[in-house]
Ligand binder design. Structure first.
Ligand code: K1U
Ligand code: ZN
Length: 167
């Protein structure tokens, strides 16, 4: 397995829309294993393939306390969304920034699991927030796009400055 490099905002690669996966083959299973390792090491509670410069519709998530309930969603589609919640979000592609974001409270999602089986789950709370955040990544959208343009501009300056100091 391998740790993958996580792209940082405002990298233009984060704006690429991920493609649907036709077959869940050995190559996809290796990507999933590497994404899980990268997410746990970060540490994070989710990771979308877009963030590691892989433009295929794969998401990994683990919102459990003991970090022992990994979920993998391939080709996820939100079938229904209800209610509203405001939660503080972070993003491994926007390090050190945490902001309140409004999302649906409850969602029903259809996806393929890592064995290529089609499943449907209904999620609420943090799992629902995380799935919506990761599906945004697959569509080339970041949580900062849901903030005001002034806030986004300030965050961009902060991240670019951090990046310069790290180079
Ligand atoms: O997609 C990502 O960048 C991962 C992101 C997921 C996420 C967090 C919060 C709300 C919505 C989506 C993260 O995991 S940021 C790191 C984080 O939240 C965290 C890290 C360690 C322990 C607990 C949380
Ligand atoms: Zn993110």
């Amino acid at each position: 397995m391998a740790l993958l490099k996580i792209l940082h905002f405002p990298d233009s690669q984060l704006r690429i829309k991920a493609k649907q996966i036709e077959h869940v083959d050995a190559e996809i299973k290796l990507i999933i294993a590497n994404m899980l390792e990268t997410m746990y090491a970060a540490p994070g509670i989710g990771l979308a393939a877009t963030q590691v410069d892989i433009h295929q519709q794969i998401i990994v998530i683990d919102v459990s306390d003991n970090k022992n309930e990994p979920l993998c969603l391939i080709n996820p589609i939100i079938l229904s969304a209800d209610g509203q919640q405001s939660t503080e979000e972070g993003c491994l592609s926007v390090p050190g920034v945490f902001e309140q974001v409004e999302r649906a409270e409850k969602i029903t999602v259809q996806f393929l699991n890592r064995f290529g089986k089609q499943l449907t789950i209904t999620a609420d709370g943090m799992l629902a927030v995380c799935i919506q955040h990761e599906i945004d990544h697959l569509n080339g959208k970041l949580f900062v796009d849901r903030l005001s343009s002034l806030k986004r501009q300030r965050i961009r300056q902060k991240i670019v400055k951090q990046q310069r100091n790290n180079d």
